[in-house]
Design a protein around this ligand. Sequence first.
Ligand SMILES: Nc1ncnc2c1ncn2[C@@H]1O[C@H](COP(=O)(O)OP(=O)(O)OP(=O)(O)O)[C@@H](O)[C@H]1O
Length: 259
Amino acid sequence: MEVLMETLTPKLSVRGLKKDFDEKGVLRGIDFDVLDGEFLSILGPSGCGKTTTLRILIGLLEPDAGTVSLDGVDITDAAPDRRSMGIVFQNYALFENMTVRGNVEYALRFDNERKGRRREIAEKALAQLGLSSQIDKPIHELSGGQQQRVSIARTLVLEPEIILFDEPMSALDVETRLSMRAELKDIQKRLGTTMIYITHDQEEAFALSDRIMVMGGGEIHQLDTPEQIISHPADEYVADFVNKNLRIKMDSLARFMGR
Ligand SMILES: Nc1ncnc2c1ncn2[C@@H]1O[C@H](COP(=O)(O)OP(=O)(O)OP(=O)(O)O)[C@@H](O)[C@H]1O
């Protein structure tokens, strides 16, 4: 029975989440679960409520209603550093002039229990991500993909249950995005950490995710596998969103071919 419960309890469970800004319903009561080891993308256009959802999950914003539970424990009111959630930001927020090792060790500076072992812990995380040979280089000498890995290593040393990504690739050129996408997928497969990835880029969501949550106007329109979203869009909004994005891709491909 215990084993059965364990497999059935989602890693993260969100129920009835609501948030108004200036009396406008930015989140209108959203419910979803994320399974252990799953890669879930939150996909939708600008202003649909993705960042608001993320900020509530990591504890930077209080919801007006609803609950967030991690491994079955209600963490709605827990402080950000008591939630076991790590976040990788858009520009990675690394210290450019510090070394790779320095950046990762820095994350443990307030961890009284482990800061004495921070050198060893940082080295282990960096080895896991294939960065041992870069360990003494300053950040500005690394490629975009390597910087992404440092940012993940820095998050990993805090031993999060879930890693959240806030549009981490949106400022990069297409080629870098493609190689970093492949790297991220590989890292997730190897580590098996539950990941939530915020993006407005449909192609990115489809390439990376086990399941995708399509949001619009503060609501979840569909939460399903990429295949189901393409073959069985839940409503017109999802069908339009998928089609529109495909059309944009086809147009830029046609322009590229015509050059
Ligand atoms: N602190 C705030 N005060 C007032 N309105 C806000 C605040 N934060 C967000 N909003 C509004 O809530 C809506 C949803 O914003 P949110 O940032 O969650 O969208 P998003 O889907 O992440 O968009 P983007 O992809 O552009 O980041 C927007 O209309 C935004 O203007």
